[in-house]
Design a protein around this ligand. Structure first.
Ligand code: HEC
Ligand code: HEC
Ligand code: HEC
Ligand code: HEC
Ligand code: HEC
Length: 216
């Protein structure tokens, strides 16, 4: 009588085991990598706005501090987007009359806000607060990148949980003096190791890694 399982079935058995492992581990891993990839998170993708507002002109050219426009960043969970009336005083009548400013004029006349498109956003189940970060010496740049060099703002950081935690586990590597939170291209005057350790003590910076910090 021939063997119930001839030798070649060993090969088939091993091959199907490997295939099963690849399927069970590989497919979820590939999907997880894919949802975090820049094209899926829309990282680096410039977001077209109703009016071509250029941070380079306003931040570098005119030296306007971030807080002039993002007025609530130090005391509220949200940074705030300036109301249309903020845009008017600085621009000459001729410029305001130009076609570029048509959305601004419409917004003023109809008394409705400009429909700026959101660039940075977290899922609804994540709690975030600007004020605590800014007051504990985390610079805008650490999360939003070099906004002063962006013609059109794009999402600079991955905004994944792993990214948030990489700083929450070791904030000393990132904190800067409060006076420098809106500075772009900040370079510490002493090694970050020294400054970070000092500021963490001075500002009582905690390592917040409990799930309930961000999921409440
Ligand atoms: C003169 C006003 C003004 C100043 C100054 C300014 N911004 Fe803005 N900012 C805006 C407006 C208007 C928008 C919305 C349109 C856009 O996204 O470009 C915006 C959008 C943003 C966004 C994207 C918001 C989102 O939807 O995620 C970030 C991030 C940002 N600003 C950071 C900064 C930082 C950092 C500074 C300082 C270095 C700064 N801004 C200075 C007016 C300003
Ligand atoms: C503190 C003053 C100030 C504020 C506030 C301000 N701007 Fe400006 N903006 C300027 C200056 C100065 C320039 C460059 C010189 C110029 O063209 O008038 C400029 C240039 C511009 C330009 C380029 C114009 C061109 O030549 O194509 C646009 C568009 C613009 N601003 C939109 C806005 C919008 C929208 C807001 C409100 C969110 C705003 N600005 C707020 C001062 C300001
Ligand atoms: C620790 C990271 C971090 C820092 C520091 C930070 N931001 Fe944000 N910012 C975010 C995240 C995350 C969002 C999206 C929030 C959401 O979806 O709830 C955001 C959203 C914004 C928005 C969109 C409107 C809003 O309030 O949601 C603006 C404008 C903005 N930030 C400006 C700033 C400025 C200006 C600074 C510095 C003074 C700053 N941010 C510092 C992470 C940060
Ligand atoms: C570059 C550093 C850095 C990054 C990136 C960062 N954080 Fe923080 N976060 C801090 C520091 C520092 C504190 C203040 C710790 C303390 O209270 O002593 C903080 C505090 C918080 C708090 C506490 C707020 C409160 O009211 O108790 C929340 C919530 C939070 N972060 C959420 C987030 C989320 C969500 C992300 C990612 C989208 C993020 N953080 C990214 C540094 C960071
Ligand atoms: C510093 C803030 C922060 C802390 C602390 C934190 N998370 Fe998250 N979490 C996030 C952010 C931001 C997201 C959304 C982005 C993402 O999915 O990576 C998220 C997403 C998730 C998701 C959705 C699945 C996923 O990966 O997309 C789960 C589940 C989760 N967190 C569980 C936890 C648990 C359990 C803990 C405690 C061990 C925890 N988180 C601590 C910020 C945080």
């Amino acid at each position: 009588m021939p063997a119930l399982f001839p030798p070649w079935t060993n090969v088939v058995a091993r091959a199907s085991l490997i295939a099963a492992v690849v399927l069970v581990v590989g497919v979820p891993a590939a999907l997880m990598a894919w949802v975090r990839a820049p094209n899926a998170t829309r990282r680096y993708e410039p977001v077209a706005q109703p009016i071509a507002f250029d941070h380079r002109v306003h931040v570098v050219g005119e030296h306007i501090d971030c807080r002039y426009c993002h007025f609530s960043v130090e005391r509220s969970s949200t940074a705030g987007i300036p109301p249309t009336s903020t845009c008017v005083p600085c621009h000459s009548q001729t410029l305001l009359g130009s076609s570029t400013f048509a959305p601004v004029r419409r917004s003023m006349e109809a008394n409705t806000p400009l429909q700026w498109k959101r660039v940075t956003s977290l899922p609804g189940f994540v709690y975030f607060n600007h004020a605590i970060h800014v007051n504990k010496g985390v610079g805008c740049e650490s999360c939003h990148g070099r906004v002063d060099q962006m013609a059109t703002v794009y999402q600079a950081a991955p905004l994944t949980m792993g990214w948030c935690l990489s700083c929450h586990r070791y904030p000393a590597a990132f904190v800067r003096p409060r006076a420098e939170v809106t500075a772009m291209g900040y370079a510490p005057r002493q090694p970050q190791r020294v400054i970070g350790a000092r500021l963490v003590r001075e500002y009582h910076v905690r390592r917040l890694t409990n799930c309930t910090t961000c999921h409440r």
